[in-house]
Design a protein around this ligand. Structure first.
Ligand code: ADP
Ligand code: AMP
Length: 246
């Protein structure tokens, strides 16, 4: 019934010529979408178009670290050794960086989190900041063998960050971004031996967040093994009703 209500609201908005973003001008509470799931589940793939659809920024802690590494900041230097070992960057470092980002004015209407929180301690530290927001935690479920295939085939554009996959969403011209002609690269931590460690870390430290957000009654589970387009529609289905409710 709730899904039906969500779809009816969304269809109503579409018929009235409104996008999610414009409909949110009348909504009072900021919306925070927490995209969850193991490495390779599709968080980055869906976060960007979802942010555009909702008119709120997409914040990836992994991207923030990679920017710092590229700019050779001290934060980047600290993060690099953890990332390349497939381990989590310490909570205190992540929290300082994330809070500085969500305090920016473009987050006033809400934001999409991708790759954060990754520990229960991070989730607890975030909670006070979510008090006046509508929170939806969307968990993307994908079987392990598919995760390995997705991660080891992942390519990203150095310039604009667009994601590709060698097999599932290959660029038109090899090694070059379709959008900006930037060079595509494979992340150092996407090699199979590091991925194994990242999956172990996910199971031990991040997976408990499913129960954490389940208990708060904000969790939506999605089967994310299908094509990117159909998964994106499932994600939209899950957030349509909370967005429409405001
Ligand atoms: P995450 O951010 O959760 O680590 P990504 O969004 O970066 O995962 O996706 C990992 C890789 O899998 C990328 O190369 C992406 O193009 C590909 N991918 C994402 N979702 C799908 C899907 N539904 N089907 C096939 N490939 C996908
Ligand atoms: P991602 O781009 O989300 O796959 O993240 C890449 C790497 O950055 C992870 O394997 C971690 O080493 C680090 N990282 C990103 N987000 C966090 C976080 N919330 N907590 C700790 N480490 C993180």
């Amino acid at each position: 019934m709730r899904f039906l209500l969500g779809w009816v609201c969304m269809l109503g908005m579409m018929i009235a010529g409104e996008t999610f973003a414009s409909s949110r001008s009348v909504v009072e509470k900021p919306i925070v979408v927490i995209l969850m799931g193991p490495p390779g589940a599709g968080k980055g793939t869906h976060a960007k178009p979802l942010g555009e659809q909702l008119g709120i920024p997409h914040i990836s802690t992994g991207d923030l670290f990679r920017e710092n590494i590229q700019n050779q900041t001290s934060l980047g230097q600290t993060a690099k050794s953890y990332i390349n070992a497939g381990r989590l960057v310490p909570d205190a470092v992540v929290l300082d960086m994330l809070f500085a980002r969500i305090d920016q004015p473009d987050c006033n209407q809400g934001y999409i989190l991708d790759g954060f929180p990754r520990t229960v301690a991070q989730a607890e530290a975030l909670d006070p900041r979510l008090k006046n927001s509508r929170v939806i935690a969307v968990n993307l479920n994908v079987p392990d063998p598919l995760l390995v295939e997705r991660i080891t085939g992942r390519l990203a554009c150095k310039e604009c960050g667009k994601l590709y996959h060698k097999k599932y969403s290959a660029p038109a011209s090899q090694g070059q971004c379709d959008l900006c002609q930037g060079t595509l690269f494979q992340r150092d931590d996407d090699k199979e031996e590091i991925l194994k460690k990242r999956l172990e870390v996910y199971r031990a430290q991040t997976e408990p967040l499913i129960e954490y957000y389940g208990k708060k009654d904000v969790l939506r589970e999605i089967n994310a093994a299908d094509s990117p387009d159909s998964v994106f529609h499932l994600v939209l289905d899950q957030i349509a009703e909370p967005v429409a409710r405001g």
